[in-house]
Design a protein around this ligand. Structure first.
Ligand SMILES: O=c1ccn([C@@H]2O[C@H](COP(=O)(O)O)[C@@H](O)[C@H]2O)c(=O)[nH]1
Length: 234
């Protein structure tokens, strides 16, 4: 049964044991989990399988970014793990995005395929450093529309861009939003942050939340508080 909340908990740990210990404090009926580069590079497909055995739908957040043929192959390998969502970098360009969509077209249990637009850690100055003069909003819109035209199911963006993308890309385009911070929480390295109730009001589909849950004294209570804040504002 799919999780009842939009929360995806980012299990950013160096070892499978720590990730599994955190997952055991979570409820797969309420939340999904995300395996990213730190955990997957160390622990590989085995940790994905272990989390699935605990009942979780897994977002494999490896943000593939390479030539079209390589990304297509990586996506087929990811799909074979039975994950719920996979992603690529939209800045890989149209041909890479089209190859990504084609790679998953025929697979059984096709995962959702999303494309990262502008990392939520980045602001205007970070874009300028890499030669992009557009604002984060403009760049997110450009990449989201490119991804949609290329057959991608949705994008990873900040909830700050959610309302604009809903209008531009429609109701069925999936909006996955990291950079979520409950009021008063430490932003850390994130720049384009939004609180859970605000993100909900802005129309996101999923909220990726890591440290505010995994580094909380009581992660179970942290999840319950966030779900409560969403229910109160629904
Ligand atoms: O633009 C992006 C894309 C991915 N992420 C990932 O989300 C989590 C956020 O963790 P927090 O601890 O809540 O900051 C992390 O795994 C990132 O790799 C992102 O933050 N921004």
């Amino acid at each position: 049964m799919p999780a009842s909340s939009p929360i995806i908990v980012a299990l950013d740990y160096p070892e499978a044991a720590a990730a599994q210990a955190m997952a055991q404090q979570l409820d797969p009926a309420q939340v999904r989990v995300k395996v990213g580069k730190e955990l997957f590079t160390r622990s590989g497909p085995a940790v994905v399988e272990a989390l699935q055995k605990l009942g979780f739908e897994v977002f494999l957040d490896l943000k593939f970014h390479d030539i079209p043929n390589t990304v297509a192959g990586a996506l087929r390998s990811a799909a074979a793990l039975g994950v719920w969502m996979v992603n690529v970098h939209a800045s890989g360009g149209r041909r890479m995005l089209e190859a990504s969509a084609e790679a998953l077209a025929g697979v059984s249990h096709r995962p959702l395929l999303t494309a990262v637009t502008v990392l939520t850690s980045m602001g205007q100055d970070d874009l300028a450093d890499i030669g992009i003069t557009a604002t984060p909003q403009e760049q997110v819109l450009r990449l989201a529309q490119l991804a949609q035209r290329s057959g991608i199911d949705g994008v990873v963006c900040s909830a700050q861009e959610a309302r604009m993308l809903r209008e531009a890309c429609g109701a069925s385009f999936c909006l996955v939003t990291p950079g979520i911070r409950p009021a008063g929480a430490d932003a850390g390295d994130q720049t384009r942050i939004v609180t859970p109730p605000e993100a909900q009001a802005l129309g996101v589909d999923y909220m990726v939340i890591g440290r505010p849950i995994t580094q909380a004294k009581n992660p179970t209570a942290a999840v319950a508080d966030i779900i409560q804040s969403l229910t109160a504002n629904a």
